[in-house]
Design a protein around this ligand. Structure first.
Ligand SMILES: Cc1ncc(COP(=O)(O)O)c(C=O)c1O
Length: 289
């Protein structure tokens, strides 16, 4: 099957899909994106993703390329043309094509690109054993709530994590507090069984998975505390885990080469993973746990 990409109104085989070299996404990373899971052609939490896209675009004063309804139709078409059972939709909007100039162009039309691929969910082994994270300084900008395609600091951190044999980097601010991962949100369970995670705001990306997991936790009677936690607290926590659209809920069992509690996924993490698997229709989310 040749994957089909959507580029500014047309579907093309992915190898022939192109954008102009003066696209401001290419020149300035002047754009935003979304990553959406889809099961059997049906996108999950689409409204939340499209609402976040709208917020990201508004924050950068990029006009929406089309209405949310039209966008949902194009996403549906992209999924129909790429029949993958468990898929990830990547959607990117940039300010458009214009001669290179830092100032916003007056007449550029936003560029919209959509691609679909197989969802790279974590392996059963990663879920069963949990993953290792490394702590690194958070070197990002002051608007991490915008899902900007400008991800240099994130990918440098992720690369450093991989080179240290870790799945993810947990980013630590100037006060020693964990903000989030390079591509995921970060959580601990404290000694009282409370679920603790950094509050939403400009320091983190408000994950869609995060919003779902916090809802599920509250419904299940788990106390949720949205406050920053320190790296020291994380290392002494009863449990730790991370979430993202593609990682789902992933236990963190090592931080900076030190085991979290007894080094195996904790019961609250496993409970939440089962609830998330049920809600999202993705049994993989709880497989191996
Ligand atoms: C920096 C960052 N934080 C959090 C997340 C998790 O967001 P979501 O659950 O919407 O995938 C991501 C996802 O890519 C991310 O890049």
């Amino acid at each position: 099957m040749t994957r089909q990409a959507y580029v500014n109104g047309r579907f093309l085989p992915i190898g022939r899909a192109e954008v102009a070299i003066e696209d401001r996404g290419y020149q300035f990373a002047d754009g935003v994106y979304e990553v959406i899971k889809a099961v059997d052609g049906v996108p999950r939490d689409l409204e939340r993703h499209l609402a976040r896209l709208e917020r990201s675009l508004a924050a950068l004063r990029i006009p929406p390329p089309m209405s949310a309804r039209a966008l949902a139709l194009v996403i549906g078409e992209a999924l129909a043309r790429n029949p993958i059972r468990k898929a990830i939709v990547y959607l990117q909007v940039t300010r458009g094509v214009a001669p290179r100039n830092h100032l916003f162009p007056h007449d550029a039309r936003p560029s919209l690109v959509i691609t679909v691929r197989r969802a790279p969910f974590p392996s059963d082994r990663e879920r069963a054993e949990g993953v290792a994270v490394i702590s690194l300084p958070d070197q990002r900008w002051g608007r991490c709530d915008i899902k900007s395609i400008s991800l240099l600091a994130n990918l440098l951190a992720k690369q450093q994590a991989a080179e240290a044999g870790c799945r993810e980097a947990w980013l630590v601010d100037g006060e020693g507090r964990v903000t989030e991962g390079s591509a995921s949100n970060a959580y601990i369970v404290d000694s009282e069984g409370r679920l603790v995670t950094h509050p939403s705001g400009p320091r983190i990306l408000g994950g869609i998975t995060r919003s779902v997991v916090l809802e599920l936790a509250r419904e299940a009677g788990i106390e949720v505390v949205e406050r920053p936690f320190t790296l020291e607290e994380a290392k002494a926590a009863r449990e730790a885990f991370l979430t993202s659209t593609t990682s789902l809920i992933l236990p963190v069992t090592r931080i900076d080469e030190r085991a979290v509690a007894n080094g195996v996924p904790g019961s609250t993490t496993r409970h939440l993973a089962r609830l998330y698997a049920e809600r999202s229709g993705i049994p993989e989310a709880a497989a191996g746990l």
